[in-house]
Write a protein that binds this ligand. Sequence first.
Ligand code: TYD
Length: 135
Amino acid sequence: MSLSQVKLINLPKILDERGNLSFLEQNNHIPFSIRRAYWIYDVPGGEARGGHSYKKNQELIIALSGSFDLIIKDKNDSTLTYTLNRSYYGLYIPSGIWRHMENFSTNSLAFVLASTDYDENDYERDYNQFLLGDN
Ligand code: TYD
């Protein structure tokens, strides 16, 4: 999988004097069926999360509040950094892409939609193994 498969997805934004509303539908705004959601919050300053790739799982990551950086890498060791800081777009990350998150702002909330159930066997947590892997 190459970094060109990673996509910043603009989500619908309904502007209203009462406030804004965004939404997404599986297989419509995002290219997979949602199986699971999780969220990361109360991250202490300077901490990093998510140094791994998945063999099968695909994800969409949204900064519902605050901001953080997503650093993604492919097996050619190419690197891209995305700063997420708006609740109306998300980063689609297919399987086979290494990623970690850092630079969390105070009160940031990372919301993640995932295509599979949690399965520790789906993780690759060793970067050198990731570079050698065939997915
Ligand atoms: P992990 O995915 O390693 O966190 P991160 O990538 O953000 O650093 O998960 C941390 C712990 O939480 C790990 O023990 C597994 C557990 N966990 C679940 O039980 N279910 C889940 O859906 C997720 C994402 C994690």
